[in-house]
Write a protein that binds this ligand. Structure first.
Ligand SMILES: [Zn+2]
Length: 254
């Protein structure tokens, strides 16, 4: 195969927000891909073929999660472990972690008002062998708006904190909001082996290792919802979607 799909997820819940994806739909999608003969490979394995003449493994795809929401542990981890599917999580570790990287029981700083992973959950996922962790800065800034020194500190220090906490090398990075320019790309190249953008597309042999294309889960939502209708989890999905909507309606009608 000449290309590979890297899927991007953020949070998993049943709200209608753009960064959320239904956990049931996630489960269905993973089973569907498996049943249709698709094979999940780790991001590390995926990028091995970039720049080489070797094709990607047939029907292969890779999964990434950005930011480090707690639902990755509570919702995605059990499903991925059960199905033996590897994934990469890009963590925004927080300024505070810089001050005491060794006291890492704290939760990551909240993004978008959501609950994040704590370090014991991250460690448990790391030890399972299913998850690989990458850096996603300290404070989730638009790196292209920082001075070179600030951008470098965001990238270098977030990498060091994760390496310290997990006693493992961190070789990948994802740009917050997918935003990068030549300067931030060059900094990424100094500290990492590859980096993900939010550029919509498929990773291929000619891809830039420091601006890998991805497909946001937003685009697979419809296809998977349709497949869901055939499955046993459809009533559950409908119920899960209905409850938040009814609460919303009740609040709005006041
Ligand atoms: Zn992000």
């Amino acid at each position: 195969m000449n290309f590979l799909t890297i899927l991007t997820f953020h949070d998993l819940d049943d709200s209608d927000e753009v960064i959320a994806f239904s956990p049931i739909l996630f489960h269905i999608g993973m089973e569907m891909l498996r049943d249709e003969g698709w094979q999940a490979i780790s991001l590390r394995e995926a990028v091995r073929n970039v720049g080489l003449e070797r094709p990607f493994p047939d029907r292969s795809f890779a999964i990434t999660f950005d930011d480090g929401y707690r639902a990755v542990y509570k919702e995605a981890f059990p499903i991925l472990r059960q199905l033996g599917i590897p994934a990469t999580v890009f963590l925004t570790v927080g300024e505070k972690a810089r001050a005491h990287a060794w006291a890492t029981e704290d939760r990551l700083p909240s993004l978008n008002g959501r609950e994040m992973l704590d370090w014991s959950e991250i460690r448990e996922m790391h030890e399972s062998g299913i998850f690989q962790f990458g850096a996603h800065t300290l404070s989730h800034p638009d790196l292209t708006r920082l001075t070179p020194a600030e951008a470098e500190a965001e990238m270098r220090d977030s990498k060091a904190i994760i390496e310290d906490a997990l006693s493992t090398a961190v070789d990948c990075f994802a740009y917050p909001f997918g935003r990068y320019d030549r300067r931030t790309r060059d900094i990424a190249a100094r500290y990492f082996r590859y980096a993900c953008s939010d550029k919509l597309g498929f990773t291929n042999r000619k891809s830039d290792l420091y601006a890998l294309e991805r497909v946001d889960s937003y685009y697979v939502r419809r296809v998977w919802t349709f497949s869901l209708m055939k499955g046993r989890l459809f009533p559950l999905y409908i119920n899960a979607r209905r409850i938040p909507r009814e609460i919303k309606r009740a609040i709005l009608s006041r």
